[in-house]
Design a protein. Structure first.
Length: 412
């Protein structure tokens, strides 16, 4: 992307209808998007911009506005019931969400609106047409990919894919997170010249090689997998691969709180996989952990595995590389961009436990290779994926869009 030099302070509206930057992580619909919006807002404020985040009011005690930090205000939009609602059930409220934004912003329109997730795009497309201000959209995940992989298990509204195409054609710019998304958008007839790529980020101070290390078990080596406990994340592939790695344990981080593990259907399924494979004594489930516990767990691993069937971006490889740990990941989605094979990890076919085991075994057999790849991963994070760089790159896209179509008050 072409640098534009210093950008004058902007008024930026970030729209994140279900993923509040103030939400506690770990819920069904609270995760990477919440972190992305929060850190992008902070990074833009650090660069002198005034940021308002519009998110749905999902609790009766939430005030209309919360100052998240100087330069960032979170505005709770009172549409739908003031309680948590699954994101796949929020589409009926998006027209009202858009009208509310128009009422709030009409007297002082922002310089740009940046919608996050397709339903935020639905609300924002309607609002920006009235306000006559530029609209950028980051999908975070595409319905075409979800439907292809989940098929009948996909709970998205049936209108999702057509809405995503309409948003992509109607906005000023799509901000994709990886090259694989650009290719997917092209299949949706959204041309690459309408798309800029800005990756997700990671905090290299929170995730670093130095710091506390979680306790290890008796096994000689530790593999670690981190993320939501859903079949598409590939934990069964990691468990099966463990049968070919006799000196290793596998720690699976994520899922329900520890006290609810025994009742969780996916945990029970994976325990059955481990038992039938003869590795149940070398597989440990931690359940959900606090955000502060993630980096110590990553530092305790010899190799971090990310064997998802598909991954729209994938934050875990960034967090592992920031902690100087080698990554073995499936060659899908954003992991094709982030995991530089062979410098800082290995990419293997999805759903292939033999390939996963071979790549992991190469690292376990060579401590120097682990150290070299880990150090290369850390350098890659510092050069490409820290949040300050992500905010600067996003700011550059805003400047490009405004140069192409000035905001209404600039034209007045």
């Amino acid at each position: 992307m072409t640098p534009h030099g210093p950008v004058a302070p902007l008024s930026v509206a970030l729209v994140s209808e279900h993923a509040s930057p103030l939400a506690a992580l770990g819920g069904v619909d609270a995760g990477g998007q919440n972190v992305h919006v929060a850190r992008l807002a902070e990074g833009l404020a650090d660069r002198g911009h005034e940021v308002t985040v519009f998110t749905r009011r999902d609790g009766t005690l939430l005030p209309a506005e919360v100052e998240m930090r100087p330069g960032v205000v979170v505005h709770h939009v009172p549409v739908g019931p003031p309680e948590p609602v699954p994101k796949d059930e929020l589409l009926p409220y998006m027209a009202e969400f858009g009208r509310y934004m128009v009422d709030e912003l009409r007297e002082r329109p922002p310089d740009v609106v940046h919608a996050h997730f397709w339903m935020s795009g639905v609300a924002s497309l309607a609002a920006t047409r009235v306000l006559r201000v530029p609209l950028l959209v980051t999908y975070h995940a595409l319905g075409t990919v979800k439907r292809r992989h989940q098929k009948a298990a996909d709970t998205s509204p049936p209108e999702r894919i057509s809405c995503e195409r309409q948003i992509g054609l109607g906005c000023d710019r799509v901000v994709a997170t990886c090259q694989d998304e650009v290719r997917e958008l092209w299949r949706m007839h959204i041309a690459p010249d309408r798309v800029s790529v800005v990756p997700c980020g990671v905090d290299p101070e929170q995730f670093s090689p130095a710091g506390p290390v979680a306790e290890r078990g008796q096994a000689r080596y530790r593999l670690l997998q981190l993320g939501r406990l859903v079949p598409r994340k590939g934990a069964a592939v990691s468990i099966t691969a463990l049968t070919r790695l006799p000196d290793a344990e596998l720690v699976i981080v994520g899922g329900p709180p520890p006290e609810q593990l025994d009742a969780d259907p996916e945990v029970r399924r994976l325990r059955d996989v481990a038992r039938l494979a003869g590795v149940a004594d070398r597989v440990r489930f931690t359940g959900a952990v606090s955000r502060d516990a993630v980096a110590p767990l990553l530092r305790s691993a010899d190799v971090v595995v990310c064997p998802a069937d598909y991954e729209p971006f994938g934050i875990v490889p960034l967090e592992a590389m920031a902690c100087a740990r080698p990554v073995v990941a499936s060659a899908v989605g954003g992991q094709l961009d982030t995991v530089d094979d062979p410098r800082c990890g290995r990419l293997v076919p999805p759903r292939d436990p033999d390939a996963l085991a071979r790549a992991v075994a190469e690292f376990l057999a060579d401590p120097q290779l682990r150290a070299v790849c880990g150090a290369a991963g850390r350098r890659r994070i510092l050069s490409r994926y820290d949040w300050a760089r992500v905010a600067a790159a996003t700011e550059s896209v805003y400047a490009e869009v405004r140069a192409a179509r000035p905001a209404v008050r600039d034209a007045a």
